[in-house]
Design a protein around this ligand. Structure first.
Ligand SMILES: NC(=O)c1ccc[n+]([C@@H]2O[C@H](COP(=O)([O-])OP(=O)(O)OC[C@H]3O[C@@H](n4cnc5c(N)ncnc54)[C@H](O)[C@@H]3O)[C@@H](O)[C@H]2O)c1
Length: 491
């Protein structure tokens, strides 16, 4: 099974554009067709948001971006694609008509994933000449950040199609939930619809406003849902006796007439009420601004879950590890000219100042990180620190020579300038990889310490020998420009 190299996207609205971004940011080329005259502007805006969010989430681990092209027809978007993601409006007749068009124009080996939120794949594939090539790949908004994709085959979908789609979605950092029984609304939207239905009833009956209903979720159950879902949460709510006790205690209330089986009638009045409350809740904040806030919060939640290696955090961590194998950059390795490569990262949003430049304090942060890589290389990494010994920085001199902006990549190359039994003299050079210019140097004196005794101490022979070895490898390098400088007024 050859790896998918090119993807065609048909329908570039909220979901299609975000799919395009997820594929592109994973190094996969995308051809997109949407008859909307504004498709280019909208897609590029979504891509910019996605790039920013993925950069915050995964940093330098991301591969080089794929190429994006805008096709003039469905056939042009799919004729060279290994995989097609259909993201048309949720209308069965329209999807069937365009799926037949895609089927006729795509290569024989290609597979189609449909983004439908609830239409049955058996019905969608019924119009296709090669129905075995269609699967539902139902994502969640924003597709470029949320890992879940529900994969559901129809009666005629082949196992090979399920395997190809699942492998591709996993490769781009998603969590595949295989919906084993074809059912309207699949699994996730059945659940979401139950909550949505009750929410609309609460507004319809004048019980609560849109903002109050959102508060009821986001300050309580929503926080738990993001990592434990419903059943694990309720298991814990049952105390030591677990789920059995929980069912006995709260199960009977399920038979009380709290909930309604169908939603309220969508009268003009209800639509006006919901829309007005939603506008009031949004308080004039625009779509893209809210999207950026949502993305920041999602990245923070995923990062937090990574610390516990749990739920969406575990998926993000595993994904980054899968990229690490492919990433050519290995910190602590020789750059090829004798220097050690000690930092390679895009400039993150939290590192920039009001001028959109890498802010002053972050130069020291990045040089500090680079020093840690050198220390790991000489055997003084985290394990050594845990043993009660370390190197402390006692003096630093940073020269600012240029700038780096948000998203540009920077690299630090490092070398040992000198050492004795206790002291280690390091020199780092930071380059903006996008402009190819040297933007800062950092010169640091470190002293080996016995942390428990809180005093300097000679480094053990193993570390002293590692430093000597590194210094020997670098001795052919000319003295770096700016080393040993001090600050004073000229003249
Ligand atoms: N919005 C969500 O939260 C969400 C979540 C998961 C899945 N989905 C599913 O994704 C699909 C797309 O939903 P959306 O929210 O992106 O809708 P949308 O209205 O934002 O986008 C649909 C796009 O399809 C384009 N289009 C219409 N006819 C076309 C044609 N013949 N060829 C190519 N493009 C055409 C439109 O111009 C539009 O840009 C639906 O099946 C929906 O159920 C939506």
């Amino acid at each position: 099974m050859a790896e998918v190299g090119a993807v065609g996207i048909v329908g570039g609205g909220v979901i299609g554009a975000a799919w395009a971004a997820r594929f592109l940011l994973n190094g996969i080329d995308v051809a997109l067709f949407d008859p909307d005259p504004e498709v280019e502007r909208k897609t590029l805006e979504v891509l910019a948001n996605a790039r920013r969010a993925q950069t915050r989430l995964h940093g330098a681990a991301l591969p080089a971006e794929g190429k994006l092209s805008f096709a003039a027809s469905v056939a042009e978007a799919v004729s060279q694609a290994d995989f097609i993601q259909e993201s048309l409006p949720e209308r069965e007749d329209l999807k069937q008509r365009v799926l037949a068009e895609i089927d006729a124009a795509m290569p024989a080996h290609a597979v189609i994933g449909s983004s439908t939120s609830g239409l049955l794949p058996t019905k969608l594939q019924s119009v296709m000449k090669r129905p075995d090539r269609l699967i539902v790949g139902h994502p969640f908004n924003p597709v470029y950040l949320l890992p879940l994709v529900e994969v559901c085959g129809g009666d005629q979908t082949s196992q090979q199609t399920i395997d190809i789609a699942s492998a591709l979605y996993t490769r781009i950092g998603m969590k595949v939930l295989h919906v084993r029984h074809e059912i309207d609304g699949f699994i996730a939207d059945r659940l979401l619809e139950a909550v949505w239905r009750e929410a609309l009833w609460l507004i319809n009956d004048g019980i609560a406003t849109a903002a109050e209903i959102d508060d009821a979720i986001r300050f309580g159950a929503g926080l738990r849902w993001s990592f434990m879902g419903t059943f694990l949460t309720y298991r814990l709510a049952g105390g030591e006796a677990g789920m059995r006790h929980f069912l006995h205690q709260f199960g009977p209330s399920m038979e009380w007439p709290w909930t309604k089986l169908v939603g309220p009638k969508l009268t003009d009045e209800l639509i006006d009420t919901v829309a007005a409350q939603s506008d009031e809740q949004a308080a004039g904040i625009g779509l893209r601004e809210y999207e950026a806030l949502r993305d920041n919060c999602l990245v923070d939640v995923i990062h937090a879950l990574e610390r516990s290696d749990f739920a969406a955090g575990a998926v993000a961590k595993a994904y980054r590890e899968s990229l690490a194998g492919k990433e050519a950059v290995k910190l602590g390795s020789d750059c090829g000219d004798g220097h050690l490569l000690t930092c390679h990262t895009p400039v993150m949003p939290e590192w920039i100042d009001y001028n959109d430049h890498l802010t002053e304090s972050c130069y020291l942060k990045l040089f500090g990180d680079a020093t840690d890589v050198v220390l790991a290389r000489i055997g003084a990494g985290p394990d050594y620190v845990a043993s009660g010994f370390s190197f402390y920085t006692v003096e630093t001199h940073i020269r600012h020579l240029g700038q780096a902006r948000l998203g540009q990549k920077v690299e630090v190359r490092s070398r040992v300038l000198g050492s004795d039994g206790k002291r280690l003299h390091l020199f780092h050079a930071m380059t903006n990889l996008d402009t190819g210019t040297l933007i800062a140097t950092g010169e640091h004196m470190l002293v080996h310490v016995d942390a428990k005794a809180e005093r300097s101490a000679s480094a053990p022979e193993s570390i002293a020998a590692a430093i000597r070895g590194l210094a020997d490898e670098q001795q052919h390098l000319a003295p770096p420009d700016g080393a040993g400088r001090s600050i004073r007024m000229p003249g």
